[in-house]
Design a protein around this ligand. Sequence first.
Ligand code: PGA
Ligand code: ZN
Length: 427
Amino acid sequence: MIITKVDAWEALDSRGHPTVAAQVVLEDGSDGVAMTPAGASAGSHEALELRDGGSRYGGRGVQSAVKNIRTVLAPLVVGCAAADVDTALAHADPSPSFRNLGANAILAVSLAAARADAAAHGVSLARHLAGESGALLLPMPMINILSGGAHAGGMLDVQDFLVIPVGATSFAEALEWAAAVRTAATRVALGRGHAQAVLVADEGGLGLPLETNRAALELLVDAIEVAGFTPGSQVAIAVDVAATQFCHEGVYRFARENRDMSAGELVAEIAEWCDDFPIVSVEDILAEDDWHGWRKATAALGERVELVGDDLFVTSPALLRRGIEARVGNSVLVKVNQNGLVSGAAEVMDAARAAGYRTVVSARSGETEDSWLADLAVGWRAGQIKVGSTHRSERTAKWNRLLQLEATEDTRFAGPWPNGRAEGKTA
Ligand code: PGA
Ligand code: ZN
């Protein structure tokens, strides 16, 4: 199916910052529209997000990326088959990290073309990505309950405290349990005098000025129990430490606790949390370039918990390969805008699977009402998805799309997790 038209415009994301939207139209009139997300705690090795600078939107405008789509990418991809669009896009900007045209420009077209192609075939994007006979797998959700770091004004040092409803037997049940915990967390926090518990952080979690990270874990366990679940066997805990954010020249600093730690000390601290709380997944336990520390962390904790690389791997096939060879981490976070191409992120999925690494498809802290991520998770059979909390419409857009896919497509659910642990193989 040949691409006949490509358009682009500047839209707004959930932080009120501009983001790139694109439309791809095919010869039969089918079309696809997609919007790109944006991170706040972005890794420095991510594909380039092109911003205009200057005074508009505090320098965050994306008119230059939009112009690149209209004037450079559109003339190149019009006339191409939708299925070949990623090859054409990669040729259009052969620079590392899409520095010439911007990964936000490239990705918007890549996603919109995939959507248009699915529409032309009369199938969902999830089905299109899975192939005609491929199984569709609903992911186990990881739901943000308490937020810190760059998503909540530094209220806590650790960025995300999440729950995984490991005992749930369907996606809908998993979401229902998570929503109950989120509601209970508000109640528990209000009961302890945290008036801020009625407000929401960037990803819809609670941003509370707790004294320590441990206090957040304690509150989370209380919320799980108040909601009526057994911590561990029914609802387990995940943390995204996002350690890059508080690492300066090799020193890890918990500002709220006024503590400086070496990589080894931070890993020892988190190992203690894993002893004391039902934690099954730890993301970005150390900073993006701390490969030495990561190797030790993997040796210490890799058999016990999921160790997810986000800033470490930045959805880059080359960095993931390096991690696999060096036995670093055992899971990869997949954020397509870190890569820039749908096919590039799919390559990371395949490489992870081949090496026995688990895969978590993830939204960004800056999102839109667009829900393509849900289809990617299901069609790619990622096994896990991280979208933020059960609050805020840019989050529920993805949850609601997953509920729709569960209701309308022939799917299987990636849970429950035996013994609270993800199966090694999710495909
Ligand atoms: P970001 O955070 O989208 O702000 O980078 C999400 C994450 O760290 O997982
Ligand atoms: Zn992260």
